[in-house]
Design a protein around this ligand. Structure first.
Ligand SMILES: C=CC1=C(C)c2cc3[nH]c(cc4nc(cc5[nH]c(cc1n2)c(C)c5CCC(=O)O)C(CCC(=O)O)=C4C)c(C)c3C=C
Ligand SMILES: [Fe+2]
Length: 352
């Protein structure tokens, strides 16, 4: 008797193949050609990409990648995602086939999906590794799997983990990672930093909370009205982590803005300046929207934000690493996967 495996498709954003201009340009071109990322009419996007973004950003972004590139292992985002893949394979065992696909670059979502189809998995659980749902990251990853499956003769049963911003397994892993750093450093300020999004994309999300959104106030506790809003999910993650850590004082901030349009704030660097003005000197930053360390954590926070903190007169600066392949996160992710498995009751009468 052949026992079919349950497929698991982990998806992360992707990263350049090398830290040189050619590879970074190719990565940025693919990434920023995505209509869910730069959500403008196609001709505007292409003009912007070729006349502004690629000529002016490639050099700067290449330097940034070079500053975090591991001589042996390459891009942190890739090797941490691969370590997580291997850990999850061990944790889930023989009944599962786990693959990793990147939305941009290699290994592609397509090559990972092909492996799962070839293994004739009875069902596939799609896990975009973005805890808070955004159209730009999670939506784009899910849509990409769908496009690949569209022409296929057989499409397996699919489960999609669209978000896990409040999943107890994710929160527990975050707390176990952050707690020892707070204990050791006793910071006077704690920031939870999330990837920002253009306000336009938050508004397009169509969440009910838009009607009453106070853009300069924290989002209310999660409810049916704001359940689908990226910003509200970020605030809820922070609330849950803080509750479990037993801390009352913390700030939610957003990073990685691009261009001149309005993005979700408060901005990381503005918040740091205000903390210094308020007499704070010992800062701890955790970045719960990234499950794997990457350019945005290691370079933007670990190098640039740290430099700013020191220039402003700050003393201690602690960046909590991402979940990466922490054992508790591997176990937690395995639980998230198992909770999404369809336990089909097979009635013997139905088997012909
Ligand atoms: C939390 C997930 C992410 C969301 C949402 C997201 C939105 C988003 N990003 C850009 C533009 C850039 N992002 C870049 C790097 C980058 N972004 C994420 C995650 C999310 N992005 C990650 C994990 C990374 C790092 C990848 C790595 O190789 O380590 C970059 C490239 C670097 C740079 O030039 O600054 C760009 C550009 C937009 C426009 C956007 C939403 C609209
Ligand atoms: Fe990004």
């Amino acid at each position: 008797m052949t026992i079919t495996k349950t497929g698991v498709l982990l998806i992360n954003l992707g990263t350049p193949a090398r830290a040189d201009k050619k590879a970074v340009r190719a990565f940025l071109k693919e990434f920023l050609s995505d209509a869910r990322v730069v959500d403008l009419p196609v001709w505007v996007r292409q003009v912007l990409l070729h006349s502004v973004i690629l000529p002016f950003r490639t050099g700067k972004t290449t330097n940034a990648y070079q500053s975090i590139w591991d001589q042996e292992k390459g891009s942190p985002l890739l090797f941490h995602s691969q370590d997580l893949l291997h850990g999850l394979r061990d944790e889930l065992g023989e009944q599962y086939q786990v693959e990793l696909g990147m939305r941009y670059g290699e290994p592609s979502i397509w090559s990972a999906t092909e492996k799962l189809l070839k293994a004739q998995c009875s069902q596939v659980i799609i896990v975009p590794l973005f805890p808070q749902y955004s159209s730009a990251a999670s939506g784009s990853a899910i849509a990409s799997v769908m496009r690949g499956l569209l022409p296929k003769q057989h499409i397996p049963h699919l489960s999609i983990v669209s978000d896990f911003f409040h999943d107890p397994n994710y929160i527990k892993a975050q707390v176990s990672l952050i707690a020892p750093h707070i204990e050791a450093k006793q910071p006077d300020s704690i920031l939870f930093s999330y990837h920002s999004l253009p306000w336009r994309q938050i508004e397009k999300g169509g969440s009910q909370c838009q009607i009453s959104c106070q853009q300069n106030q924290p989002c209310a506790q999660i409810s049916p009205e704001n359940r689908l809003c990226y910003r509200a999910q970020c605030y809820e993650t922070s609330r849950l982590i803080a509750q479990a850590l037993g801390i009352n004082a913390y700030h939610v901030v957003f990073q990685s803005r691009l261009g001149r349009i309005p993005w979700v704030g408060p901005d990381l660097t503005t918040a740091m300046t205000q903390l210094i003005q308020g007499g704070k000197r010992n800062l701890l930053i955790a970045s719960p929207s990234f499950v794997a360390d990457c350019l945005e954590t290691l370079e933007e926070i670990g190098i640039r934000a740290k430099g700013l903190w020191q220039d402003l007169g700050g003393k201690d600066f602690t960046l909590v690493p991402c979940l990466n392949s922490e054992p508790l996160w591997i176990q937690g992710l395995a639980n998230i996967v198992k909770a999404n498995v369809r336990q089909k009751q097979v009635n013997p009468v139905e088997i012909i």
